[in-house]
Design a protein around this ligand. Structure first.
Ligand SMILES: Nc1ncnc2c1ncn2[C@@H]1O[C@H](COP(=O)(O)OP(=O)(O)OP(=O)(O)O)[C@@H](O)[C@H]1O
Ligand SMILES: [Mg+2]
Length: 181
């Protein structure tokens, strides 16, 4: 058997920061990237234009809209794995079936479910300016959310602390699982 010197020597980690709109995915992910220096992908940017138009119009996406979006993000994760790179990704990943798309064939995937109470969420999305997600979509997000389950890789954390504290919880869990040095 020959050994390819360019082949990654060990398993990599892709932290998928998940949860409903306004829970702080982007905020937490930015803190993680600052601390870890890992490549970063904002899941929202993988939506095809038709999905963006629907969201602008305040129309909830259906699952047929979501599969190509999730697959595009999964492909990006696969490319990082193939390059032997760790990564940080944001993706609402509200249903277990969506998370399965991201995980399929990608052992690096590790979910950080940022969980915030509905009242705090409403306040955040109402205060937030210049964002394409109308506050009215929050209720459908909350109704759709299937929380991360114990047999899925990752952890659930509260998004109600300070952003750097939320990120710190993620980093501690990653260290405990020997996914960061
Ligand atoms: N831990 C926190 N404490 C207080 N405010 C926060 C916290 N995390 C995020 N915010 C604020 O809440 C708003 C939503 O945060 P953010 O954009 O990170 O959420 P998101 O989950 O990425 O949302 P979306 O799914 O719509 O992209 C922002 O105005 C952000 O500054
Ligand atoms: Mg975001």
């Amino acid at each position: 058997m020959t050994v390819d010197p360019d082949r990654p020597s060990g398993p990599t980690t892709t932290v998928v920061v998940m949860g409903v709109s306004g829970t702080g995915k982007t905020t937490v992910a930015e803190h993680l990237v600052e601390r870890l220096g890992w490549p970063f992908a904002e899941g929202d940017t993988f939506h095809p234009p038709a999905n963006v138009a629907k969201m602008h119009a305040g129309t909830p996406l259906d699952d047929d809209d979501r599969w190509p979006w999730l697959q595009a993000l999964a492909d990006w994760i696969g490319a990082r794995e193939a390059a032997g790179e760790n990564a940080v990704v944001t993706c609402s990943a509200l249903k277990r079936s969506y998370r399965e798309v991201l995980r399929a064939g990608h052992p690096s995937v590790w979910f950080a479910h940022v969980h915030t109470s509905p009242d705090v969420l409403r306040e955040r999305v109402t205060l937030r300016a210049g964002h394409y997600m109308p506050p009215s979509l929050l209720d459908s997000q909350l109704a759709t959310l299937e929380p991360l389950e114990p047999d899925e890789p990752g952890l659930t954390i509260t998004g109600e602390g300070r952003p750097d504290d939320v990120a710190e919880q993620v980093l501690e869990a990653l260290a405990a699982e020997h996914r960061v040095g």
